[in-house]
Design a binder for this molecule. Structure first.
Ligand SMILES: Nc1ncnc2c1ncn2[C@@H]1O[C@H](COP(=O)(O)OP(=O)(O)O)[C@@H](O)[C@H]1O
Ligand SMILES: [Mg+2]
Length: 339
């Protein structure tokens, strides 16, 4: 039976480069969208479980991981393990609703907690890919299991947006996630490492999309498939230094180089695969920017609150944070509505 894809928009902040703020941005964009009345389902699909740790205290995360194979398990592994063990379908595990906190507006957010054992699913994914090319049913089932599960969770939660959080690599799990997403956003730093990473990023995405097309062409009717066409929604520079209210000069010179590289290494590469994947105009794709907020960030982690709700910190800094995320969330709403 073919499942119907629920209308929630799937988005991933993706960069295979680590430490570019993927997890932190994802959590804070979710808070902002939630405060604007949107329902957000977060999927912690990074085996390092950092997003889960943003929302829940350590002891609770330990318990989630300890219990993930039990009847009351709640993690992404609880849902997917029977697929990996080849003894059935995924198990529907309701996402954990994030309880509203005094300091934050966390109503409207639910999370599928991450799990270190997700690496076992990732290991199996390469095999599923090969099986799809041989038109084996088991391959389609395995390759789309995460997408199917998230689809059901999004529908149950009545999500407007789904955000996947990913680990820093170009592995089979991230390939399956990107191919399930309607949009991707590139978080980056204004430095040479980030600029160079864009080449690999653009190439990988193009290779994945082209590879998936081959699977699509071979696939029999009536199997649930991934959409396989993640559109470039924009980029978010983050963690740059602001000194006395101005960005440093190395930041501004790198900013121009980054824009150029985004165009040549990502946008153009994707457009050669399919012009609908990225708009020619790069200038409007900066969704917003997030400066270095120092220890405001650490103070919010593990408590499930946005930066701007951290007590005892400079009001100016908190207002800046609120403004930055509200701009990004608004851009996401606007840009996902128009295309
Ligand atoms: N805007 C920011 N200001 C200051 N520190 C930040 C900011 N964003 C992220 N960090 C810190 O940088 C590190 C990497 O961020 P993280 O969100 O974990 O990146 P990723 O998920 O891409 O690996 C973390 O220790 C986080 O606390
Ligand atoms: Mg992360």
């Amino acid at each position: 039976m073919t499942e119907k894809r629920f209308k929630a928009k799937r988005i991933v902040l993706y960069n295979h480069k680590g430490g570019v703020g993927k997890t932190t941005l994802t959590a804070n964009i979710a808070f902002e969208l939630a405060s604007m009345g949107k329902r957000v389902l977060l999927v912690d699909s990074d085996p390092q479980t950092n997003l889960t740790s943003y929302f829940f205290p350590d002891e609770y995360v330990d318990k989630l991981l300890d219990d993930s194979e039990s009847r009351n398990g709640k993690t992404i592994w609880t849902a997917l393990r029977s697929i990996v063990n080849a003894d059935g379908d995924y198990r529907y595990v309701p996402p954990s609703e994030v309880p509203p906190s005094k300091e934050g507006h966390t109503k409207n957010i639910a999370i599928i907690p991450g799990d270190i054992r997700l690496i076992e699913y990732e290991e199996a994914l390469n095999e599923y890919w090969g099986q799809c090319l041989q038109r084996k049913y088991k391959g389609y089932k395995g390759l789309t299991a995460l997408s199917s599960y998230v689809n059901e969770a999004a529908k149950e939660f009545k999500a407007d947006y789904v955000f996947y959080d990913t680990g820093p690599n170009v592995g089979a799990l991230n390939r399956a996630i990107l191919l399930d997403c309607d949009y991707f956003v590139i978080p980056l730093s204004y430095d040479a490492f980030s600029r160079r990473a864009l080449k690999t990023l653009g190439n990988r995405l193009a290779t994945w999309i082209v590879g998936w097309k081959e699977i699509l062409n071979l696939a029999p009717e009536n199997v649930y498939l991934l959409p396989g066409a993640p559109k470039y929604l924009g980029y978010v520079p983050q963690r740059f230094k602001v000194i006395s209210g101005t960005v440093t000069s190395s930041t501004s010179s790198n900013a121009a180089k980054i824009q150029k590289a985004l165009f040549s290494d990502v946008v153009s590469v994707l457009r050669r695969v399919n012009p609908k994947l990225a708009s020619k105009k790069i200038s409007g794709t900066k969704l917003g920017e997030v400066r270095d907020f120092g220890d405001l960030v650490q103070d919010a982690q593990g408590r499930g609150i946005p930066f701007y709700s951290v007590m005892d910190k400079s009001k100016e800094l908190k207002n800046d944070a609120k403004k930055a995320f509200s701009q990004i969330a608004s851009a996401i709403i606007r840009n996902t509505n128009k295309r």
